[in-house]
Write a protein that binds this ligand. Structure first.
Ligand SMILES: [Fe+2]
Length: 308
């Protein structure tokens, strides 16, 4: 199912001036700046010379799809360096950082797995916990005229990713909270070791930190048939053999399959934040995230009342 029909006229309409007495929304200002300085048209956002997604039948796109499928199979991570132009990435990062005061603050010790309901002994890979700590800006907090949303909603990108994954159908999520999100990690923030519960994650790096914040992963450390707990526990204990470490740079579009690949984002060091946009798609139309998960996010928002 497609997004609600919004005419280009509506999209381009300048934001109304703030009414007397109402707080001025910094993102409306950011949007207005976007119109003045660019980043409204896809060629200003994506480096189409390098990645001509608007020419889906071109030899360059065929080669990219072949390379991407082979890389994903072997390495679980396929990066398109410099996909987003540097100035556009910096603009989007500033928009996201302007939303930090209202963002969720996630801070939790988590095991690397989705719970199977069993009691695993202390020290087992399934019982070891890892800190996850970062801010998350949710879909409804991201401006409708943000270039990041324009990128997410651009049909040739969705179609390129569908072909890359070999899916017959592929839809943007309609979740008002999680369709388009961004993670922001400051000094000491990290995403602890874990496996993903979904097939694939699409992200675009908008800003990189001075130090740390590296994407570390053990490609295909487990399979459907073999959990390989010994190797996973060794990784938690500091084993580096088989570890891949990627310095994902601002502007990179990343496709990552994390269901069999243990991964984390190492702690960010320094005052410069790591900012990453996350695009959610689904093979089925009209899917939403479960309310318990969304409710958990609401509890992590500033001003949310907490039980007890
Ligand atoms: Fe993950």
């Amino acid at each position: 199912m497609e997004s609600p029909a919004i005419s280009e006229t509506d999209r381009e309409r300048p934001p109304a001036a703030p009414a007397e007495g109402l707080p001025f929304d910094p993102l409306l200002r950011a949007g207005a700046q976007g119109r003045a300085t660019g980043f409204n048209a896809i060629p200003e956002i994506i480096d189409l010379d390098r990645y001509p997604l608007h020419q889906p039948g071109s030899p360059r796109i065929d080669a990219l799809l072949r390379e991407g499928r082979a890389t994903l199979e072997q390495d679980a991570l396929f990066s398109l360096p410099g996909f987003v132009r540097p100035e556009a990435a910096a603009f989007m990062a500033a928009e996201i950082e302007a939303r930090l005061p209202m963002a969720c603050r996630v801070q939790a010790e988590r095991i690397a797995y989705y719970s199977d309901g069993k009691d695993w002994p202390a020290g087992h890979a399934r019982s070891v916990t890892h800190l996850s700590r970062y801010h998350q800006v949710l879909n409804h907090q991201i401006s409708n005229n943000s270039p990041l949303r324009r990128l997410y909603c651009w049909e040739p990108l969705r179609e390129f990713l569908r072909r890359l994954m070999g899916y017959e159908t592929f839809y943007r999520s309609e979740c008002p909270h999680l369709a388009l999100t961004a993670k922001v990690a400051g000094d000491g923030d990290t995403d602890g070791w874990h496996f993903d519960g979904n097939d694939v994650v699409f992200s675009v790096v908008l800003k990189e930190p001075e130090q740390g914040g590296r994407f570390e992963y053990f490609p295909n450390i487990r399979t459907d048939k073999d959990e390989n707990y010994e190797a996973v526990a060794a990784a938690f204990a500091g084993r580096r053999s088989g570890l891949r470490s990627a310095r994902l740079a601002a502007g990179d579009l990343n496709v990552f399959q994390g269901d069999h690949t243990l991964h984390r984002v190492s702690p960010v060091e320094g005052n410069r934040k790591r900012v990453v946009g996350l695009f959610c798609y689904d093979r089925a139309p009209g899917t939403n995230f479960g309310e318990p998960y969304v409710e958990e996010l609401r509890r992590q928002m500033p001003g949310a009342s907490r039980p007890g």
